[in-house]
Design a binder for this molecule. Structure first.
Ligand SMILES: Cc1ncc(COP(=O)(O)O)c(C=O)c1O
Length: 443
C-alpha cells in the first residue's frame, strides 16, 4: 500500500498506544513485499471482463442507505456522530481489536468498554451482558476475517436494552449467514472497501434500517481525487499489472518518487544486506510503528469519485469466486504444515474471506523470517489498546500474538500464491531454501 499518513496527523492517544520510541536503536525497516498484500487494479477485473460465473452473494452495496467515505474507521466515527453520543456514553467493543476501531470512538467522545470473544471469534454475549452499564449506548461487532458471525441473539439483546448495534463489516463486504445477509442486522454497518476492491482508500457507512439524510459531508478536493487515482495506478504498476503500460508507468513513478524525495531532501531507505536464499532476519527487527490511518479531520469528507467508480464497476463474481478459491488453496496447503493451524478450517457457503488467518505456535520465531522473505503478513490486533485491562480476554491476548493473516485476494496470480505457500512451507519446516520471488522472475 502507499505510505500510511504521517504520524503527526494522529492525536496524542495514538502515539501513546503504539509508540516504539522506547526502542530507539531497534530496526524499524519494513522489508519489501514481493507479492501484493491488497487487491491490485486491473482492467480485466472490471464488470465487462467478468468471469460470468454465478451471481454474487449479498453485499453492502445492497443497502438502501449509503454514505461512501475514505476509510472504515471514518465510517465508525460518522455512525457515532449520527447516533449523537452524549456525556460519557460507553461503546462495547471486542477485546480483540485494532486501533482503527477504538480511535473513532475516542474522537467522538465515547468510552470503549471491552468484551470477550470466544475461540471461534464470536461474541461472548454473557460477558457482554455483564459489562453493560446505564451509560452503555452502542455495541460494535466485527465479522472477523470475513467469517460472518450469527447476530440474531446480539440483535435481540440490543433491542431489549435499547442499544444501537454497529455491524463492523471492515473484513466482510460480502456474504450471508443463517439467512441474514451481511449488514442487515446492525442499525448501521461499516465497510472498508479498499480491503476488497483494488483501491488505496475507501470505506462506507451503510444502513438497511435508518435513512442518514441528516449527515452532511463535503466532496474531496481535486488534489485528493487525483491522489486516489495515482495511488491506485502506482500500486498496480509496482506489481506489473498495467499490461503494455508497465514499462512507461514504472519509469514515471520512479521519477515521481525521486522528485518527491528531492523536494523533501530525503535519501532512499537502506535495506539491510542478506545473502541470496538466507532466511534469517536481524534479531532486533521490530515491525514499523502501527498507524491506523484514522484522521478525525476527514470524518465528514465523502469518498473519492474514483473509489466509488471502482466499487460500482468491479466484477463482484470475480472477487467472490477468486477469494474463495484462493482461501481453499491456502487451506489445503497449510493443513499439514508444522507449527500452525488454520483458524477457520472450513469455508462455509456464503462466506467471502478477507484473508487467510493462521494460528502460529511460535509466532516470534517465524515472523521476521516471513517478513524478510517478502511475504505480506497482516496482523490484525497486533497492538491491543494499552488502556484495556490485561486480563480482559485471554483468547484475544493469545490471538493478538499468534494469528497471522495471509492475503487471499482476487488479484493474486497462481505463481504468487504458489510462491507464498513454498516460502511458508520452507520456513515452517526449517528446510532453509527459499524459492526465487516473483519479482526476480520478471525480466
Ligand atoms: C475490524 C476492523 N474494523 C474497522 C477497521 C477500519 O477500517 P479502515 O482501515 O478502512 O479504516 C479495520 C481496519 O483494519 C478493522 O480491521
Amino acid at each position: 500500500m502507499s505510505a500510511t499518513p504521517a504520524l503527526r496527523n494522529t492525536p496524542p492517544f495514538v502515539l501513546r498506544a503504539y509508540d516504539h520510541s522506547s526502542h530507539p536503536d531497534r530496526m524499524t525497516f519494513t522489508p519489501p513485499e514481493h507479492i501484493p498484500k491488497q487487491p491490485v487494479f486491473e482492467l480485466s477485473a472490471l464488470s465487462s471482463g467478468s468471469s460470468g460465473g454465478s451471481p454474487p452473494p449479498p453485499s453492502l452495496r445492497d443497502a438502501p442507505y449509503q454514505r461512501p467515505v475514505n476509510r472504515g474507521s471514518l465510517a465508525i466515527a460518522l455512525a457515532l456522530r449520527h447516533i449523537g453520543l452524549s456525556g460519557r456514553n460507553e461503546v462495547l467493543v471486542p477485546a480483540y481489536h485494532c486501533g482503527a476501531m477504538i480511535e473513532p470512538i475516542l474522537a467522538e467522545g465515547g468510552v470503549p468498554v471491552f468484551y470477550r470473544i470466544r475461540a471461534d471469534t464470536t461474541v461472548d454475549l454473557d460477558d457482554m451482558a455483564q459489562r453493560r452499564t446505564p451509560a452503555t449506548r452502542v455495541v460494535l461487532v466485527p465479522h472477523f476475517f470475513g467469517f460472518l458471525q450469527p447476530l440474531k441473539a446480539v440483535r435481540a439483546w440490543c433491542d431489549a436494552h435499547d442499544l444501537i448495534l454497529i455491524e463492523d463489516c471492515a473484513h466482510a463486504f460480502f456474504g450471508e449467514t443463517e439467512g441474514c445477509p451481511v449488514g442487515t442486522q446492525g442499525d448501521y454497518a461499516i465497510g472498508s472497501t479498499w480491503k476488497f476492491f483494488p483501491l488505496n482508500e475507501g470505506g462506507c457507512l451503510v444502513s438497511f434500517r435508518h435513512p442518514m439524510n441528516a449527515i452532511r459531508t463535503r466532496a474531496p478536493h481535486l488534489s485528493e481525487e487525483l491522489k486516489a487515482v495515482v495511488n491506485t495506478l502506482e500500486y498496480a504498476s509496482h506489481y506489473g499489472r498495467l499490461g503494455v503500460f508497465n514499462p512507461l508507468s514504472k519509469k514515471s513513478f520512479h521519477l515521481k518518487d525521486w522528485l518527491v524525495r528531492r523536494l523533501k531532501s530525503e535519501s532512499p531507505s537502506l535495506a539491510p544486506q542478506r545473502r541470496p536464499g538466507e532466511i534469517s532476519a536481524p534479531e532486533d527487527f521490530v515491525p514499523a510503528p502501527f498507524n491506523s490511518g484514522f484522521d478525525p479531520k476527514r470524518t465528514t469528507v465523502s469518498g473519492s469519485l474514483w473509489a466509488r467508480w471502482v466499487t460500482e464497476n468491479a466484477s463482484l463474481s470475480f472477487i467472490v469466486e477468486k477469494r474463495r478459491q484462493n482461501y481453499l488453496t491456502l487451506l489445503k496447503a497449510s493443513v499439514n504444515l508444522p507449527g500452525c493451524r488454520p483458524l477457520f478450517p472450513h469455508l462455509p457457503e456464503g462466506i467471502v474471506p478477507h484473508v487467510f488467518p493462521l494460528v502460529m505456535d511460535q509466532p516470534m520465531a517465524v515472523f521476521g523470517k516471513l517478513k524478510f522473505a517478502g511475504v505480506p503478513i497482516i496482523r490484525f490486533g497486533e497492538f491491543l489498546w494499552d488502556e484495556m485491562d490485561e486480563g480482559t480476554c485471554q483468547i484475544s491476548k493469545d490471538y493478538s500474538r499468534r494469528i497471522f493473516q495471509f492475503p487471499c485476494h482476487q488479484s493474486l496470480q497462481q505463481h504468487e500464491l504458489n510462491w507464498m505457500i513454498q516460502v511458508l512451507s520452507a520456513i515452517l519446516t526449517g528446510s532453509g531454501s527459499l524459492p526465487p520471488h516473483p519479482d526476480q522472475r520478471i525480466p
